[in-house]
Ligand binder design. Structure first.
Ligand SMILES: [Zn+2]
Length: 152
């Protein structure tokens, strides 16, 4: 048995921009509307629940708020000083105010890597003994996305 939360229908969406330096078209700075989905597998407890929807939604909301209306950058590739974040990729130098950036500890901002990052964050927040597996889907625009899962 599993529970699902659909990010488009339940308003777990965020707008953000990124770039993928190794990709020809996506190496330019551009944006998406993302949607975050969750599927929680497990057994019902005595109350009849695997986990309270509100617990899952709280965890999802925190991540969506962290990423919404930000420039998403890989943490290890930037230089931060004087409230500014600088990244140089393939001869292009970008400087952003620190307030506009979310530094993510992944090698590049692909949907796949971002989904893995979100999965780890969600797993840390909603573990309980009823849950056997957590799946996270991250859509990069309508109709395309990456899904990752972790057995607990
Ligand atoms: Zn993109």
């Amino acid at each position: 048995m599993y529970l699902t939360i659909d990010g488009w229908k339940s308003n777990f969406t965020f707008s953000a921009c990124h770039m993928i330096p190794a990709h020809k078209k996506c190496s330019r700075l551009h944006g998406h509307t993302y949607a975050l989905h969750a599927r929680i597998h497990g057994q019902q407890d005595k109350s009849g629940m695997i986990v309270d929807f509100a617990v899952v939604k709280d965890a999802m909301r925190k991540i969506v708020d962290e990423l919404d209306h930000k420039v998403l950058l890989p943490k290890k590739k930037v230089k931060s000083e004087k409230n500014e974040v600088t990244i140089t990729e393939k001869g292009r130098r970008y400087v952003f105010p620190e307030t506009d950036v979310a530094l993510i500890d992944i090698p590049s901002l692909t949907a796949e890597n971002l989904a893995k990052y979100v999965l780890e964050k969600i797993c840390g927040k909603i573990k309980n003994k009823n849950i056997s597996e957590i799946e996270i889907g991250l859509d990069e625009g309508w109709g395309q996305g990456a899904w990752v899962s972790k057995r607990l």
